[in-house]
Design a protein around this ligand. Structure first.
Ligand SMILES: [Zn+2]
Ligand SMILES: [Zn+2]
Ligand SMILES: [Zn+2]
Length: 339
């Protein structure tokens, strides 16, 4: 995520801000132009979820909508009177807004399910939900179980599942990968998909059952970004897609900060990064990937000096690089056809 600036005094603004700390003006995020604007006559004001402290996006004056494009995707949300679940919804909404920003940057369609069958909806459910649903995606509905927002619970699950990384933003990025799969491959590119990820017609239920019973193959890291990605081509897709979004977002941040890296050692090799650029404007994925390697090595080293775990605890094998490059190409192709 880039750093924004105040339309009034040009001071730095961060994505979740509603006020400029320098000049005090009230601000909101304009999802059409992807920048901050003053809350003024040109705008009817904030999205309805602003009242609940959940959103800082703006609705234009002429619009009939009461919710912004991110909040309009919500289908089931906890009641404001349901204290515990409501508090858990907040961090999920923060993560979801960051996801939606990135989908807008990538030029992907965002149609609420209430407007079209093939649209998208989010259900944020308590763990005691009637349908016994779990975090996941089905037919355009992304369900997130609210207890994921409890960091202790999430860490327990992370250990239990032997995952290197488990975050709210990571969940959103994974599940949205499932949602966009039919859009990108239903009528096109299916052969290419199968070349990189395997045949998705393989029995999904049986594959997952087998994965949980016997675990991933010993050498999974030669072909997959995570052990779970080895369970089925769809999960490989969603996991690799999530990593593509991780790389693009962190590099956008680095680019907007004007970061460059020049380690003081004789052979800095892959640690050296010339000034980072906005990855959404880069055609050649190799440039994005090389910068990401330097950046994650630097960020991991910074975290270690704070006694924290690595922010990017993954090693990307050559085969995984090819899959990421394929995702970059597919998205470029999609934008070309749809703009
Ligand atoms: Zn200002
Ligand atoms: Zn909103
Ligand atoms: Zn999945």
């Amino acid at each position: 995520m880039k750093i924004f600036d105040c339309p009034n005094c040009s001071s730095p603004l961060f994505f979740e801000n509603t006020k400029c700390v320098s000049c005090g003006s009230s601000l909101g995020f304009d999802p059409d132009e992807l920048l901050f604007k003053s809350v003024s006559d040109d705008w009817s004001g904030y999205c309805k979820n602003h009242e609940l402290g959940l959103c800082n996006w703006l609705i234009s004056a002429g619009s009939k909508n009461t919710f912004c494009p991110a909040c309009a995707l919500n289908r089931k949300v906890p009641n404001a009177s349901d204290g515990e679940n409501f508090e858990k919804w907040k961090p999920l909404e923060t993560a979801k807004h960051r996801l939606v920003y990135q989908l807008l940057k990538l030029g992907l369609p965002l149609v609420p399910k209430s407007e079209a069958d093939e649209g998208l909806a989010f259900d944020f459910l308590g763990s005691d939900n009637d349908d016994n649903k779990m975090t996941g995606h089905a037919n355009g509905v992304v369900t997130i179980i609210l207890t994921e927002a409890d960091s202790v619970h999430r860490e327990q699950l992370r250990k239990q599942m032997s995952e290197a990384y488990r975050t709210l933003l990571g969940h959103f990025r994974h599940e949205i990968g499932h949602y966009y799969w039919p859009l990108l491959f239903k009528y096109k590119n299916l052969d290419r998909f199968r070349f990189f990820f395997g045949d998705e017609r393989k029995d999904y239920g049986a594959s997952l059952e087998q994965h949980y019973a016997t675990g991933a193959p010993k050498n999974w890291n030669e072909n997959f970004i995570t052990a779970y990605a080895s369970s089925h081509p769809w999960e490989d897709w969603a996991e690799t897609w999530a990593h593509y979004l991780h790389l693009m977002d962190t590099l956008e941040t680095a680019g907007s900060l004007g970061l460059s890296l020049k380690p003081e050692i004789a052979k800095p090799s892959y640690l050296e990064m010339v000034k980072a650029q906005d990855p959404y404007t880069i055609n050649d994925f190799k440039i994005i990937f090389d910068a990401s390697i330097s950046l994650t090595c630097a960020a991991n080293s910074l975290n270690r000096s704070m006694g924290l775990p690595d922010i990017y605890p993954f090693i990307i094998a050559d085969t995984v690089y090819e899959k990421l490059n394929f995702i970059h190409e597919i998205l470029k192709d999609y934008r070309q056809r749809n703009t």
